[in-house]
Design a protein around this ligand. Structure first.
Ligand SMILES: [Zn+2]
Length: 196
């Protein structure tokens, strides 16, 4: 399969035939070279015995996301000490969650954020200073030192694993929440007014 696809690329097929028109964020990974997609290493790790305790949904979503074009974000960081102990979704501020702009991201969205963070985050929070589609305020743990160490990072590569539709009412995080393995929300959508 891979050899055939590479042959198409090598033959000089126009990019328009490789990707689907008008949906650049679902660019097939062979357009970029599968071996260089930033999620390849994570996929390989998740398929290794060392990752046996990782949730199955992560493995499945990463596999799908290998077809998705990476994007770039501004990353800031917070912890319970500097950002409060509770999230907008009613959960605890803890490692692996992040805040994002609710005009673009619904609660329960999942993104993988690349170097130097290299971690998967679930959107469970919002913040007045977290603005724009490409800004994530991440929590890497309860240590304030860790969050100060991250500071502000620009042009950090990220890949969407699951995008929940934006909504104004977040309610409470369902216990045992897992992102669905298929979703219909457009990956990137026009900003919607924040209703109250
Ligand atoms: Zn902090």
């Amino acid at each position: 399969m891979t050899i055939a696809l590479l042959a198409i690329v090598a033959s000089g097929a126009p990019a328009a035939e490789v990707g689907s028109a008008g949906d650049a964020d679902r660019m097939p990974h062979f357009g970029r070279s599968a071996s260089r997609h930033p999620l390849v290493r994570l996929r390989d790790y998740l398929n290794s015995p060392a990752a046996a305790t990782q949730p199955g949904w992560k493995r499945a979503l990463v596999e799908i996301a290998l077809n998705r074009k990476p994007r770039y974000a501004r990353i800031t960081s917070y912890c319970p000490r500097c950002g409060g102990s509770g999230t907008r979704w009613g959960s605890r501020t803890r490692a692996g969650i992040c805040a994002a702009d609710p005009s673009y991201w619904g609660p329960g969205s999942v993104v993988w954020i690349g170097p130097p963070i290299n971690q998967t985050f679930t959107v469970e929070d919002t913040g007045g200073a977290v603005k724009g589609e490409n800004h994530f305020d991440v929590c890497v743990g309860t240590s304030h030192a860790a969050c100060r160490n991250i500071g502000v990072r620009r042009n950090v590569e990220y890949v969407v694993l699951y995008k929940a539709a934006p909504r104004s009412r977040w309610g409470r995080r369902p216990s045992g929440y897992k992102p669905p393995l298929a979703f219909d929300a457009p990956l990137f959508m026009p900003r919607v007014p924040e209703g109250r």
